[in-house]
Ligand binder design. Sequence first.
Ligand SMILES: *Cc1c(COP(=O)(O)O)cnc(C)c1O
Length: 459
Amino acid sequence: MELPFAETYKIKMVETIRRSTRQEREQWLKDARYNLFNLRSNQVFIDLLTDSGTGAMSDVQWSEMMLGDESYAGASSYYKLKNAITTLLGFPYFLPTHQGRAAENVLFSALVKKDDVVPGNSHFDTTKGHIEFRKATAIDCTIDEAFDTQIYHPFKGNLDLGKLEDVLKKYPRERIPMIIVTVTCNSSGGQPVSMENLRQVYAMAQSYGIRVVFDSARFAENAYFIKMREAGYADKTIKEIVAEMFSYADAMTMSSKKDAIVNMGGFIGFKDEALWKKAQTFTIMFEGFITYGGMSGRDMNAVAQGLHEGTEFQYLDTRIRQVAYLGERLKEHNVPVQEPFGGHAIFVDAKRFLPHLPKEQFAAQTLAIETYLEGGVRAVEIGAILADRDPVTRQNRYPELELLRLAIPRRTYTNNHMDYVAATLANVFERRKEITTGLRITQEAPIMRHFTVELEPVS
Ligand SMILES: *Cc1c(COP(=O)(O)O)cnc(C)c1O
């Protein structure tokens, strides 16, 4: 008999989680104004809100925490992290930041000005927020296949080179500070970008004299998909693939809370010394001195170790197979999910799940509420609420995909938990026809409204 798949770690420390009653959850939802960000964590049984900063660090990472050097300037922890970034990712210069959006804030302060355009593949919400905050525009050049959850494409994160070239031709070079390539592409479902596409985008960018910046939160998961799906990479190690990927970037921003498997942290990698120097001023203004940039020494140590562990095949195989395990269980229950499965999450297609709800009633958020009500499982809307209003017309933007994201924290839950989540969604799917109305917004912020939005059921 072929031996089954099993996790390549064992558990050394546990945290108790509590099951609640449906009645309790009904009340908590009202108190939270139907925004799951407002729940307390002890009101959640299985928390799939995000895979960001929610992973379990290894025993070696915890050991590294004890070795942290908290010197204000020139700490050994800074050099440990610098060494990991240089040897694994190939960036000779870097700046630490407290998380990924801080990296965006620092880098974009140096690069983005009013009326600029920044082409890319479905920019992440904070990335887009930092572009629009500077009165510039993010232009989505993702391939069309990404917007059909039912068709198979191995690299749905790819940029459409035709769309990209249109942008590069249309605007003068001074108005395009960079092309942002998000690996994997979070907003289009944790979908990877192929090495071929990375190479082509870089070649095109070079011919127009424009820099390429990788939004790299899940670069290692992207490398895993290249190894598994792209011809010529099956025999390469993840570390070799990662090195080639970053050879097609001039700079990178990183949320270490994802593939570096820490609870907090980020950084910017640079190949260009002049840009690194320019960005230092903003690090000092917003984050801290350039050798800690908002991070404790111990946390930089954990990031350095996490970068090594996060680029090991065995770890990534365990991780991504667990995500696929949940996807398969959901499919068995006929729940409409995006395929192929992403690296960090399973995305449920809310438009197919609740096709009878008008778009003004936020199908994905409605599904998030029903999923919590059913089983105490917290997931997150990736749809019209997240998409915000158009900054110019102030009209609601209704993206092509209305998704419920079930993000899987790294090394945190077992496959029994995945079975529980699948059963929860299956029960909601069973009674989907009884869900005849959705939600309406009662209060919202002008930008990035999904974190604090208040809603009520449409009666
Ligand atoms: C999480 C994330 C960010 C922002 O990082 P934070 O650490 O949450 O600030 C940026 N881009 C992508 C693709 C991300 O997944």
